[in-house]
Design a protein around this ligand. Structure first.
Ligand code: ADP
Ligand code: ZN
Length: 735
């Protein structure tokens, strides 16, 4: 495969010259080093350099800046055998660092997250089917392994096990039995490459129009952002697959970003069905070995298509030709820890730097994206109808004030009888509750004591199947005590409120014969468990699925006709700027799981606030009215996307020092026209993992250069070393 000419125009630096080297560390900037005898370097080259007493990897950023005196300058140690970090990637690192008010080194660290990939790989062992397969007992797991291999090339054991959804021992046993034979493989050349020539489905007129428009953007080879706005099941995926095919045809790379990796299993099957090969994957469930292979394959231009979570945006694509962000409104694209960035917004930057098209797909686009589309910065393509005439589900509200269940129960009579009907018809039901565990609060009936996390401002959540209380913020675990820790009364602790486990308990009591399954992030540990659950739903081995948002998005289950939302009001509590918008998006997505094929779907939404804008919109389907009202509120309040926000979170173990630093920041706050600073105030999570937290919020008009204001603000305040100050531009979390 030809490598793109990333090297051709790079200025080179010869022995004795100075180069500046960016290190993947949160330092002020790049450092100067000298090119040693025998080496010629160019911008983008990966090198190792001495730093204090260590050797660290870094990237040649350009000519030296002369900040180190000649006698003290050190030599570059080695040039690493890896493709250079492309120019676009380097500019992207700088841009993200400027925007997020972080050091470029901290951003670079995300772009070179796999140090091992900077060294050429060793050959790997792969398994293929033996020419003559000996007689062995074929379990379903073994059959799946053979099935995977029968329509694809040899694969390494781990990859084979993952694709077949089996443990690695199954592969080993098959090899020992002589069913599989080992081969040495040149690394990277494993899975079948996707083929753009594979025919796609026959598109409807609307779909075809949208697909042609996206293909034209790919062909135009220029920056353009397009919102692909279509109801769930309208074929957005099929449409952007056409743009993917067009990009592959032109020999360029594609990045598709998805919010939840649980969404991956079905998406991957569809991708394989469409393109006859697998994309490279990039997400947190990969092993270091897989990351190494993928990072290198991307850098060498061999990986033509990557599907990944937000961090995939920092892969070193030498020839990226298209970015697609599916479910663009999803908050999972926002990273709150470390470098706080929104991958959706940064993808716009990446596309502009690379001069390529970006597609944002959603059934419920974010207000930010809608506003960009309205103002003409983004193009819009609409898919108004579900594919093949499937109708949108019929939504009804259950007013829990009048029609709610008795205390200690969570399913209303209306919902129960709907489930009964669905069971009788042999159809599937999904009960949605966005809360893991059994009960969110454990309370003493005598003294009212609530069991709290010792390290966080949070209640402990009971997880009954593992007999533990857990903190959902820090992972702290404890046994459920028999004696109240406050008043010492015995057996007075009571579970308050439902989580999915408790709803499952009620379902078990009411429908003892129904087959049920729970889908939550703690019950689905890893992609294999998720794939297995999805398969069992597809094969109708589950009648009632009880799940959190992990199951709410993207899935397509033809026999799922009833969706019950157990507590629709959950997300509306609290002062989050996007509470209504997000609740609407989530519930609409959940509702979209019902009736995606011939059978019509029904959605029952249990709420104590049937007259709220979110519930009324779910009922009426008047999305535009809801968005207009949201937009007006935000505009009036100067909130995003009509104004800018940046949060500063001050944290540390010593509460006094944290308070003092927060007050110092408060005193140094910028006082310019168009800028307002709120706080410092204790964060809602005033204690997190044993660290005290205070927040300040900068609110500014769109015309204000928020980054400049933040930089001079931070420079003006004195903060002791024991206190951490984190900047979050465009915050999503206000905790
Ligand atoms: P969305 O991404 O908008 O939710 P999908 O692309 O997932 O919609 O389409 C929903 C379902 O309809 C999928 O099973 C998909 O394969 C099918 N589908 C969509 N468009 C077509 C088409 N033109 N021909 C055949 N099947 C289609
Ligand atoms: Zn905690």
């Amino acid at each position: 495969m030809p490598c793109p000419p990333a090297n051709s125009k790079r200025a080179s630096f010869v022995a004795g010259e100075r180069v500046s080297v960016m290190l993947p560390l949160p330092l002020g900037g790049a450092y100067d080093y000298r090119v040693p005898a025998g080496l010629t370097l160019a911008a983008g080259d990966f090198v190792t350099v001495p730093l204090a007493s260590r050797q660290v990897n870094g990237v040649v950023w350009g000519a030296g800046e002369g900040q180190v005196a000649a006698p003290k300058i050190k030599d570059v140690a080695t040039l690493l055998d890896a493709p250079p970090l492309p120019e676009t990637s380097r500019r992207f690192v700088e841009w993200v660092a400027r925007y997020t008010v972080c050091s470029p080194g901290a951003v670079l660290r995300m772009a070179m997250s796999v140090p091992a990939a900077l060294h050429p790989p060793r050959p790997v062992t792969a398994y293929a089917l033996a020419e003559t397969v000996p007689e062995v007992r074929l379990t379903p797991a073994r059959r799946r392994v053979i099935g995977v291999l029968s329509d694809g090339p040899a694969r390494p054991a781990t990859e084979l096990a993952r694709e077949a959804g089996v443990g690695s021992s199954v592969v080993r046993d098959l090899a020992r039995a002589g069913v599989l034979v080992a081969r040495s493989l040149s690394p990277g050349a494993t899975a079948a490459a996707p083929d753009w020539r594979c025919p796609g489905p026959t598109l409807s007129a609307d779909q075809a129009t949208a697909a042609r428009a996206l293909e034209n953007h790919v062909a135009a080879d220029a920056f353009a952002v397009t919102l692909l706005d279509g109801v769930p099941g309208s074929g957005k995926t099929e449409v952007y697959f056409e743009a993917v095919a067009e990009t592959l045809k032109r020999g360029r790379q594609v990045l598709v970003m998805l919010p939840e990796i649980a969404l991956g299993a079905q998406w991957m099957d569809r991708f394989r069905a469409r393109f006859g090969g697998s994309p490279a994957e990039w997400h947190s469930d990969l092993s270091q070995a897989q990351r190494r292979v993928t990072w290198r394959a991307v850098a060498e231009g061999r990986a033509r298509i990557v599907v990944g979570a937000r961090s995939a945006l920092f892969l070193p694509f030498p020839d990226l030709g298209l970015i697609v962000i599916d479910e663009e409104h999803d908050a999972a694209f926002k990273q709150d820890e470390g470098v706080a960035y929104n991958a959706r917004d940064m993808a716009v930057v990446r596309a502009r730097l690379g001069d390529i098209p970006l597609v944002l797909a959603s059934a419920t686009p974010s207000l930010e994206t809608i506003e960009n589309a309205r103002s003409g910065r983004y193009g819009t393509l609409h898919l108004p109808d579900r594919h093949a005439g499937a109708s949108l589900p019929d939504v009804a509200l259950v007013d829990m004030r009048s029609d709610g269940p008795p205390a200690g129960r969570w399913l209303s009579a209306t919902l129960v009888s709907a489930i009964q009907k669905s069971l009788e018809a042999g159809e599937q039901t999904m009960l949605f509750l966005n809360r893991r565990g059994y009960a969110p609060l454990t309370l003493c009936r005598v003294c009212g004591h609530r069991i709290q996390c010792p390290r966080c401002t949070a209640w402990l959540v009971e997880h009954r199947h593992v007999e533990r209380l857990q903190c959902h913020h820090c992972g702290y675990q404890a046994r459920l005590p028999r004696i109240c820790p406050s008043c010492a009364a015995e057996d007075t602790l009571a579970a308050c409120g439902p989580g999915v486990e408790r709803v499952a308990e009620e379902v078990g009591e009411r429908f003892p014969d129904a087959r049920q399954a729970i889908a939550a992030s703690d019950t689905l540990t890893g992609p294999r468990a998720a794939a297995e659950l999805i398969r069992s739903i597809e094969e109708r081995r589950v009648d009632i699925l009880i799940g959190t948002q992990i199951i709410a998005k993207g899935y397509h289950f033809p026999m799922l006709t009833l969706v019950g939302v157990v507590d629709a009001d959950l997300g509306l509590a609290g002062g989050d700027l996007r509470a209504a918008e997000r609740t609407y998006q989530l519930l609409y997505q959940v509702a979209g799981r019902a009736g995606r094929a011939e059978r019509p779907g029904r959605v029952l939404v249990q709420t104590y606030m049937p007259e709220s804008a979110v519930m009324r919109t779910l009922l009426s389907g008047e999305r535009q009215r809801f968005l207009d009202a949201e937009a007006k509120d935000r505009r009036d309040a100067g909130m995003p996307p009509f104004g800018r926000l940046a949060a500063i979170v001050v944290s540390g173990r010593d509460e006094g020092a944290v308070d003092e630093a927060a007050r110092a920041l408060g005193r140094a706050a910028p006082r310019a026209n168009g800028i307002q600073v709120l706080g410092p105030a204790p964060a809602p999570l005033a204690l997190l993992r044993g660290r005290h937290r205070r927040r300040l919020l900068l609110k500014a008009g769109r015309e204000i250069n928020v980054q400049a204001a933040l930089r001079s603000w931070l420079a003006a305040a004195r903060v002791p070393r024991s206190v951490r100050v984190r900047v979050d531009v465009d915050p999503y979390s206000f905790l």
